[in-house]
Write a protein that binds this ligand. Structure first.
Ligand SMILES: [Zn+2]
Length: 341
């Protein structure tokens, strides 16, 4: 085993307090970056964060070349399938998500019913239409979310730290800033929707990044943030084996309460919260837990196709309960700025 990445002892990035209690310590299970990394809970505000944490200048070493967000994008563009399906998609977008330009009053009852069923899934992949359709995706990776927004008619821009990923994202727009969120050159109040999917947990200063993203919102604009939920069922059941820990890449581990705290400090207000629970992440955590306990044979068995299928089916039946109990694996929030310009 090679040496761990160089780290630094820093106080809580949310309230500034220096005293904290240890919670979890794990190696990198997903990409085998060397070392063991720890998570602590701030005694002041309850924020969970990596401490000691990888030094800024070594953060890029946490991301191997095969990191998924840097691979070929697989955008979930909604306009595909039969003509009848696409009619239903357009109806759902027009009626449920504000895409009035797609409105068509001459659709059948059956199409409308189909659209209603589709809407729940579409809400996760399509931003609501706001203002004049200016969209920024922060941490855009190779551009999957940008491709979807472009297909929906948005004028798009992105920010990405990884140059190779940004080069792929340029297929969809020339406006991809390579580098840090805090130094990205976009003007204030320039966008109607800003999204950051699984970004905030990776940055050293989540309050500053959230503040910057809120600054980019035009009046009436919406910031959409998604992060793993350290207050969810998975973290509770699996602890250090929880898939959402992703050490050392995740520097912060938000619960609904601490995410709210961060966004409030940044000058924002949460207007809605959704919980997501997907079987795959629970199954990943389960096999990591069994390996931790020294049961590799059992872990291997749970990954075999028939057993995995049965477990997945069981979870698909029970996970809506996790969503209902607001204990999902990931939380997505809609945020508006408090300051009016
Ligand atoms: Zn704190």
């Amino acid at each position: 085993m090679t040496a761990a990445l160089p780290t630094v002892e820093l106080p809580c990035a949310v309230c500034g307090r220096d005293d904290a209690d240890p919670v979890w310590a794990t190696p990198d299970r997903a990409f085998a970056v060397p070392g063991v990394y720890a998570v602590v809970r701030c005694r002041g505000c309850g924020f969970l964060y990596q401490r000691p944490r990888v030094r800024d200048e070594h953060l890029s070493a946490c991301y191997p070349d095969h990191y998924p967000r840097h691979q070929e994008p697989s955008p979930r563009v909604p306009f595909k399938g039969s003509a009848a399906r696409q009619r239903a998609v357009r109806w759902a977008l027009a009626r449920g998500l504000g895409y009035h330009a797609l409105r068509d009053d001459h659709v059948s009852i059956l199409t409308r019913l189909r659209a209603r069923r589709m809407l729940r899934r579409l809400r996760w992949s399509c931003p609501p239409w706001i203002g004049s359709g200016r969209y920024l995706d922060v941490g855009c990776g190779s551009g999957a979310a940008l491709a979807v927004a472009k297909a929906l008619g948005w004028r798009i821009a992105g920010i990405e730290m990884d140059a190779a990923a940004a080069a792929i994202a340029r297929r969809f727009t020339d406006e991809v800033h390579v580098g840090d969120v805090l130094t990205a050159p976009f003007a204030r109040a320039r966008f109607d929707v800003v999204t950051a999917f699984h970004v905030l947990e990776h940055v050293p200063d989540p309050v500053a990044v959230a503040r910057r993203m809120l600054d980019w919102l035009a009046p009436g604009g919406l910031l959409i943030i998604e992060v793993p939920n350290a207050g969810g069922l998975g973290a509770m059941l699996f602890g250090g084996a929880w898939a959402g820990l992703e050490l050392p890449r995740h520097l912060s581990h938000f619960t609904p309460e601490t995410l709210e705290l961060v966004l409030r400090k940044a000058g924002g207000r949460i207007v809605w919260t959704w919980h997501q629970a997907k079987p795959r992440s629970y199954l990943w955590s389960l096999s990591a837990l069994m390996r931790d306990r020294g049961w590799p044979a059992l872990a291997h068995l749970s990954e075999s196709r028939p057993i995995y299928g049965v477990l997945k089916l069981g979870l698909e039946v029970s996970l809506p309960l996790a969503r209902l109990a607001r204990r999902g694996e990931a939380i997505r929030v809609g945020v508006v700025g408090n300051r009016r310009m």
